[in-house]
Design a binder for this molecule. Structure first.
Ligand code: HEM
Length: 567
């Protein structure tokens, strides 16, 4: 029976009366034909509709068998199940054969199962939620170009960085960014895949991070740092979980400069319930984001994202409060006010809908606080682990501000370039995004050194791997902040790949805000405290148990802060 006739009335009538074998063969052939038909379509975006259609088709076929044939309801269901199973078998076998033997990436080495399905990567990620380590293992085993998915390549070459991420790159955001939905009118800037839509929206965002805007944020972040220091002082000599406290600090900073509001996390010293809800689901995200269409599918099922609803509602209420309290006549004082201004004025750079505006507000909090918190906690971990480096920093801040914190000014902090060397070295070794962003190559493909990468291939340069690679960094796994300072030339730092904030059109707009926050806090801590591991804390768990949840989820880190004795 021809595959096409299987769907016609006569075909179904015939199938209802026929033996199982012709039905199975016809459905399997239809599965193969269907695969050929969808092979060049980005099917990820259609998965939800496909699933819904599959269920409807199954019910329809079973009903038709029952009404046209001489089958009992159970017999009709059985035969429809046979047809469905055969269709899926034909589809899956066709996909498998194509991916293994005919796909444009077939010549690239990689794990056998990764070539067949991204569920393999989800399984790797599910082991310990440390996908970045799995990526490193794949690179060590298969080389610089590894097929990590049916249409995905890992590329561990420095020359790939400007071509994939640089300002002139023709690569765009990949299907990874379709995981929360495929409607560009409803998603955040981070998930906006259309290049022009993204470029326009970035204008509103970039205004919130301009030099003028940052100068208004500086004293407000300093006030948060002062509050943070007073909490350290109240608990001096006692163990404090700095993974948690770094988050309280950066969450409050995002409240202040993101929304112009006090989120009161530093005062309460307890994780905000909205953030706690997000953290609880980070592990699931770390695993499922390896199969973006599945995450998208699950998110489309009513109630499936209920775990996040607390956070979503809370962010929604923050935006609504802001819309009420906001004065359009006043020069915007925070990031969300810039977004609201564009939205109210119906500017081309505006979030395209109320939903997109809400999604953007969530990005302000997650992208802004998680990353900075992770980076701050990591720096403090390095201080406890390398006391000599911390002593050196204390000597330098003392020299810049001999009268201590009373003489603190941001200009003086900027003169202590060793602070930036430490921040850079921490972000090199333990970047806030361990694996990094995924891009898709343009139709004509790209060339990385001697290797041609076909068009429409998802590609990524694993961030931690490339930033610690012995080929590019001398003593690449060691903490040597001076490689960004006085030893820059000797260590060849300028030639080495470094992209903790990514590069080009999709790079982090919050980079300067993050650096501002980190410089302010680090300088205060160095001026005021000695830092060490709490009794019983070795720092091993913090080092080894980190979770790759796109942004990083940290293990607890118990540190003790003791006020410095000034001579
Ligand atoms: C140390 C701190 C930070 C690091 C290491 C960092 C890193 C990054 C990286 C690597 C990306 C690119 C992600 C991708 O390719 O998918 C990114 C994007 C982004 N970051 Fe940051 N970030 C930090 C702080 C911040 C802050 C404070 C904000 C403020 C709200 C922020 C807002 C964003 C936004 C909105 C995007 C999406 C940009 C776009 O798609 O155009 N980040 N960040």
């Amino acid at each position: 029976m021809a595959a096409s006739s299987a769907l016609s009335l006569e075909g179904l009538q015939g199938a209802a009366h026929a033996n199982a074998l012709p039905t199975a063969l016809a459905a399997a052939s239809f599965g193969v034909v269907f695969h050929q038909f969808i092979r060049n379509i980005e099917f990820d975006a259609l998965m939800y509709h496909f699933m819904a259609l599959s269920i409807a088709a199954f019910v329809g076929i079973a009903y038709t068998y029952f009404s046209l044939g001489e089958l009992s309801p159970i017999g009709a269901l059985g035969k429809a199940s046979l047809a469905a199973a055969s269709f899926n078998a034909g589809l899956i076998v066709s996909i498998g054969i194509y991916r293994l033997f005919f796909h444009r990436l077939r010549r690239f080495p990689g794990p056998f199962w990764a070539k067949l399905s991204r569920f393999y990567n989800a399984r790797l990620a599910a082991k310990n939620v440390q996908y970045f380590k799995e990526v490193e293992k794949m690179h060590e085993k298969y080389g610089d170009f590894v097929r990590t998915g049916p249409r995905e390549l890992l590329i561990a070459r420095k020359s790939a960085v400007p071509i994939i991420y640089g300002p002139n790159s023709e690569c765009r955001k990949s299907t990874w960014y379709g995981q929360t939905g495929n409607d560009p009118k409803k998603c955040s800037i981070h998930m906006t895949r259309d290049f022009n839509d993204h470029r326009l929206r970035r204008r509103a965002w970039d205004k919130g991070f301009s030099i003028k805007a940052l100068s208004t944020y500086e004293p407000r972040i300093k006030a948060k740092a002062d509050l943070f220091m007073s909490q350290l002082s109240q608990r001096s000599g006692q163990p404090m979980d700095m993974s948690a406290w770094s988050m309280f600090f950066s969450f409050d900073v995002m409240g202040e400069v993101g929304f112009g509001k006090d989120f009161n996390n530093l005062t309460s010293g307890v994780e905000h319930p909205a953030i706690a809800a997000v953290h609880e689901h980070m592990t699931m995200l770390g695993v499922l984001s390896n199969v973006p269409w599945l995450l998208n599918l699950l998110g489309s099922i009513p109630g499936a994202a209920a775990g996040y609803s607390g956070f979503f509602n809370w962010c929604g209420s923050q935006i609504k409060d802001k819309q009420k309290s906001w004065d359009p006549e006043k020069y915007p004082q925070d990031i969300v006010s810039w977004l609201l201004k564009a939205f109210n004025e119906k500017d081309v750079s505006s979030s395209p809908s109320e939903e997109a505006l809400h999604d953007d507000s969530r990005v302000v909090i997650i992208a802004g606080s998680e990353t900075t918190a992770t980076s701050l906690a990591t720096i403090l971990w390095y201080f406890a682990k390398y006391p000599a480096t911390f002593k050196k920093l204390q000597g330098l801040v003392d020299k810049a501000m001999p009268g201590g914190v009373a003489e603190w000014s941001y200009d003086k902090v900027k003169s202590v370039t060793f602070i930036d060397d430490i921040i850079n070295e921490s972000l090199r070794l333990k970047p806030a995004l361990l694996t990094g962003g995924y891009r898709v190559t343009p139709a004509k493909g790209i060339k990385i050194d001697e290797v041609y990468i076909p068009g429409d291939t998802n590609v990524f340069v694993p961030m931690q791997v490339i930033q610690t690679h012995p080929r590019y960094y001398k003593q690449g796994k060691e903490f040597i902040p001076e490689r960004f300072g006085e030893r820059r030339e000797e260590m060849g730092t300028d030639e080495a790949p470094f992209l903790p904030f990514s590069l080009g059109a999709y790079s982090c707009p919050g980079k300067n805000l993050a650096l501002l926050s980190l410089r302010i806090t680090v300088s205060h801590i160095a001026l005021l405290y000695d830092v060490g591991f709490a009794p019983g804390e070795t720092g091993k768990a913090f080092d080894e148990d980190v979770l790759d949840t796109f942004t990083t989820t940290l293990a607890p880190l118990q540190l003790v802060f003791t006020p410095r004795e000034r001579k």
